[in-house]
Design a protein around this ligand. Structure first.
Ligand code: NAI
Length: 332
């Protein structure tokens, strides 16, 4: 067996981490032959709760889990890590303005970017889950200049999984038969879930999702709206935000990043934009990507119609606005 790798999860006493830690520890991300040492970061008031999480991880008796390091110190948390799940963030509280939320989170991700720069491995792969995920990832990367920009990504995999599930349910096929649904842009209500390039396997034949659904109107309206609002719908039912599905999506994202995508498979990730498909440059924008040898590449040459162009422009403009606000906060 190889040497264990160090993996940090921030927000480790929170609800997403509660599912995510188990999934990472038992090999869902790095495979059944890769031992891990988990670094758990949370804020000082959460240390007693974190102690309970550490006890439960021990009680799971997972052979691949070779160590657990609970801490409130970023220097300890990020030391020599190969992978970082940045889940911890300031939640939106009642009466809080969007700007206040952004301001609190910019500070967190500035500090964590600097700490990654100083203490993590230079090839660390960073997945930002904490919201606003795209802009947090951008800020984190700006404060970690010694780590390549390509190593900072934001999670839109939950949106992709939600979109895939909606199509499977509409067509009455198992979810695994649907592939290549794309999420463009920001992980927010302006995201554009796009099924126009998606595929479905029906009776052993792969066909385009729009040809199988035969209802462009549904794909452009209801489908988009259901996926955009799914997070709010889960909160309304559960009184808490999506956690199990968010953890599963985080493992899907990181596993594909480390292991690569299958031939022909396309996944969506928030990555630093090079301006492809008319997206603004230098924001973290969700694109369709393929992954090989630990490196993602934006899929080129997809045909984008006027409807999609409009949606991409809208979500791109929101990301530029978030970036302007975030940069102003860091310079204040
Ligand atoms: P939670 O509130 O249960 O847990 C968050 C944890 O982060 C808490 O334990 C808190 O103490 C900790 N934390 C706060 N500041 C920290 C800091 N500076 N360093 C380390 N830890 C810190 O929240 P939950 O449900 O686990 O969600 C976490 C984040 O993920 C939220 O921002 C949420 O909006 C976001 N999210 C993103 C999704 C996506 O698809 N990108 C999907 C679902 C949630």
């Amino acid at each position: 067996m190889p040497e264990p790798i160090r993996v940090v999860v921030t927000g480790a006493a929170g609800q997403i981490a509660y599912s995510l830690l188990y999934m990472v520890a038992k090999g869902d991300v790095f495979g059944p032959n890769q031992p891990v040492i988990l670094h758990l970061l949370d804020i000082p008031p959460m240390m007693p709760v974190l102690e309970g999480v550490v006890m439960e991880l021990a009680d799971c008796a997972i052979p691949l889990l070779r160590g657990v390091v609970p801490t409130a110190d970023v220097a300890v948390a990020f030391k020599d890590v190969s992978a970082a799940f940045l889940v911890g963030a300031m939640p939106r509280k009642e009466g809080m303005e969007r700007k206040d939320l952004l301001s609190a989170n910019v500070k967190i991700f500035k500090e964590q970017g600097s700490a990654l720069d100083r203490y993590a491995k230079k090839d660390v792969k960073v997945l930002v889950v904490g919201n606003p995920a795209n802009t947090n990832a951008l800020i984190c990367s700006k404060y970690a200049p010694s780590i390549p920009k390509e190593n900072f990504t934001a999670m839109t995999r939950l949106d992709q999984n939600r979109a895939q599930a909606q199509i499977s349910s509409r067509l009455g096929v198992p979810v695994g038969e649907v592939s290549n649904v794309i999420i463009w842009g920001n992980h927010s209500s302006t995201q554009f879930p796009d099924a126009s390039h998606a595929l479905v396997n029906i009776n052993g034949k792969q066909i385009a999702v729009p040809d199988a659904i035969k209802d462009d109107n549904w794909l452009r309206s209801m489908f988009v709206e259901i996926v955009q609002k799914r997070g709010a719908t889960v909160i309304a039912a559960r009184k808490m935000s999506s956690a199990l599905s968010a953890a599963k999506a985080a493992t899907d994202h990181m596993r594909d990043w480390f292991a690569g995508t299958a031939p022909g498979a396309v996944v969506s990730m928030g990555v630093i934009s090079d301006g492809s498909y008319g997206a603004p440059k230098d924001v973290v924008f969700s694109f369709p990507v393929t992954i090989k040898d630990g490196k993602w590449r934006i899929v080129e040459g997809l045909v984008i119609d006027d409807f999609a162009k409009e949606k991409l422009a809208l979500t791109g403009a929101e990301l530029e606005e978030e970036k302007r606000e975030a940069v102003a906060i860091t310079q204040a």
